[in-house]
Design a protein around this ligand. Sequence first.
Ligand SMILES: NC(=O)c1ccc[n+]([C@@H]2O[C@H](COP(=O)([O-])OP(=O)(O)OC[C@H]3O[C@@H](n4cnc5c(N)ncnc54)[C@H](O)[C@@H]3O)[C@@H](O)[C@H]2O)c1
Ligand SMILES: O=C(O)C[C@H](O)C(=O)O
Length: 313
Amino acid sequence: MAIKRRKISVIGGGFTGATTALMVAQKELGDVVLVDIPQMEGPTKGKALDMLEATPVIGIDSTIIGTSSYEDTKDSDVVVITAGIARKPGMSRDDLVNTNAGIMKAVTKEVVKYSPNCYIIVLTNPADAMTYTVFKESGFPKNRVMGQSGVLDTARFRTFVAQELNLSVEDITGFVLGGHGDDMVPLIRYSFAGGIPLEKLMPKERLDAIVERTRKGGGEIVGLLGNGSAYYAPAASLTQMVEAIIKDKKRILPTIAYLEGEYGYEDLYVGVPTILGGDGIEKIIELDLTEDEREALAKSVESVRNVMSALPE
Ligand SMILES: NC(=O)c1ccc[n+]([C@@H]2O[C@H](COP(=O)([O-])OP(=O)(O)OC[C@H]3O[C@@H](n4cnc5c(N)ncnc54)[C@H](O)[C@@H]3O)[C@@H](O)[C@H]2O)c1
Ligand SMILES: O=C(O)C[C@H](O)C(=O)O
């Protein structure tokens, strides 16, 4: 049988969705289908056609189509969900819960109908609760439904550390645990520059300031943009997760994953270190936490649970 190209569908053709479609295509991870609501069909087709017309220049053979019909997503290998509303200045991600939960349910029904074997990555905010909603609606096993937050939060942390130390971003590693909110938990003890613990390279006050900026990183961009939220770094983060699955890379990446006792929590989606490969979340890695880190994680989990309690039935 002929070997087929992979198929990646991106639901929501707005800022994050369209940027993800382009980044995924640029890496030739597969053919891309960008989906939006019928009222947005023209602009979605237009964006996809514009991207397709860039492929000869870039030198890639991925196809990109825009559509409002889920039939076009049939037999996707990976589906990325970015559909929904984004926050504006003065709002928290949690203010989006009601509108976006309804959208998650509607979208998931269609995704599952046409791609019963796919892996789903959720970006829509509030991301932990939205990933939980998609998981429940899909009926998929937990390894096939995950959310994006930690790759982005860690990328922000790595950027700020690299700037501070005037080092390559490539040499900085970090870890962010917990929910995708302002009380996320950057784990300094597990963060390094070229293998050297960050605590040995920077005074505590500077590290604390970077942690604080990372926690509020989404809000910093929302404040600057004025009418929407970040999309380049979120799309790059999604693309890294798609690549880890499509290429079975077995990367250690922070992922919003379903917990069944790990870190002491049950029936909850929250950010934890995972191994991401050809079977989605192949493993959750449990790190030893200090008392302070455990408390910080508990606070972040409490915020996620609060949002979940506002989820419509
Ligand atoms: N988890 C993260 O790290 C992270 C990062 C960035 C953005 N986000 C979230 O991602 C979401 C999208 O952000 P954006 O900047 O792309 O917003 P956007 O407004 O640019 O795009 C959203 C798109 O979703 C579409 N949409 C709405 N309902 C739909 C439905 N039922 N089916 C298909 N498409 C539908 C809209 O028409 C729009 O084109 C927001 O909730 C935002 O908060 C999360
Ligand atoms: O902050 C937001 O509302 C968008 C996203 O979650 C981000 O962190 O950039």
